[in-house]
Design a protein around this ligand. Structure first.
Ligand code: FAD
Length: 278
């Protein structure tokens, strides 16, 4: 069982708990992105097992009355075991989910995986006429070109600042430079994309910029935030825009919880307050 202190950021160990959390969010107009925790499997077996778990999850979502999609990590479904393992599994998941009208996001991991991830996305989104989304990281120097490459494709693109620490040959390392790049890239998306824009950020400044660009260009966008982060803002934004909460679940919750606390010390306080009920 997940201890109360971690349950602010992780929905539970089972898909049933994640779906229950999704239903509660749906009642407040927020949709769900479900992610089974797991990454960096060097061997095929665990990657195949997690791919199977995603098929079952897509089945459950398809059969349930719940507004939810799924998000997978390439190294969770085989990229570290071999690019062909990842390709086989991601194709399987996207096809199975598409048959059940379930949208699939592909998360972006460290910069060495960008090419393989984008190639898979490009092929799958064309084959399925959308139904697939990919994440791009504003801190990578290559991202403006990647956005150009994706602008005319169906599907969605989630723009995030970037959770990894790539070397400075390939990435912006100053926070202010990353923020500026994020704004520029958002602007490009609103100018060049027909839709499918997802703002994956908790930053009020980036969300305000997206609102301004939406007013200027009329293009719709969705906001995506993590479970346990700015929960009230998620509900407030859902009165006006499409909002998705990214919901991790599964038995590998401990390292995810540590990561949330390590990246922002206040998260520990939040979690403690939630446990203490104040
Ligand atoms: P930051 O730059 O961290 O913070 C800016 C401001 O946002 C803060 O000053 C504060 O006002 C507000 N804020 C931020 N965190 C909090 C908090 N805990 N509580 C209150 N206010 C806060 N990264 C990847 O590399 N690949 C992915 O596939 C990926 N997927 C993601 C999916 C989603 C839905 C989200 C939300 C993020 C994802 N990320 C991913 C992580 C992302 O790259 C950033 O590391 C992370 O979102 C932190 O950047 P930020 O834009 O939220 O704001």
């Amino acid at each position: 069982m997940i201890p109360p202190i971690a349950s602010k950021f992780v929905a539970g160990e089972t898909p049933a708990e994640a779906l229950d959390h999704a239903r509660e969010l749906n009642d407040r107009n927020v949709a769900a992105i479900l992610n089974l925790l797991g990454e960096h499997y060097d061997e095929r077996r665990p990657a195949d097992e997690d791919a199977e778990a995603y098929l079952r999850l897509a089945e459950d979502i398809g059969a349930a009355d719940v507004d939810a999609c799924i998000s997978v990590k390439p190294s969770q479904i085989g990229l570290d075991a071999g690019v062909e393992v990842f390709r086989e599994n991601v194709e399987r998941i996207v096809e199975y989910a598409a048959d059940r009208d379930v949208f699939v996001w592909i998360d972006m991991e460290d910069h060495t995986t960008t090419d393989a991830t984008l190639r898979a996305f490009e092929e799958l989104t064309v084959e399925h006429g959308g139904g697939v989304g990919v994440c791009l990281q504003a801190n990578l120097k290559r991202t403006p070109e990647d956005l150009e490459r994706l602008a005319d494709l169906p599907g969605k693109v989630r723009l995030v600042k970037g959770a990894y620490s790539p070397p400075e040959e390939v990435a912006l390392t100053e926070k202010s430079a990353v923020d500026e790049a994020y704004r520029d890239q958002l602007e490009y998306m609103f100018e060049e994309f027909d839709g499918g824009i997802a703002v994956g950020s908790h930053d009020p400044a980036m969300i305000d910029r997206a609102r301004e660009l939406h007013d200027e260009h009329g293009t719709d966008f969705e906001v995506q935030m993590l479970m346990g982060v700015r929960g009230d803002a998620q509900f407030d934004l859902a009165d006006e825009y499409e909002v998705y909460q990214y919901i991790p679940y599964g038995d590998k919750w401990l390292s995810y919880f540590y990561r949330r606390v390590a990246e922002r010390k206040e998260n520990l306080l939040f979690a403690l307050r939630a446990v203490l009920g104040r």
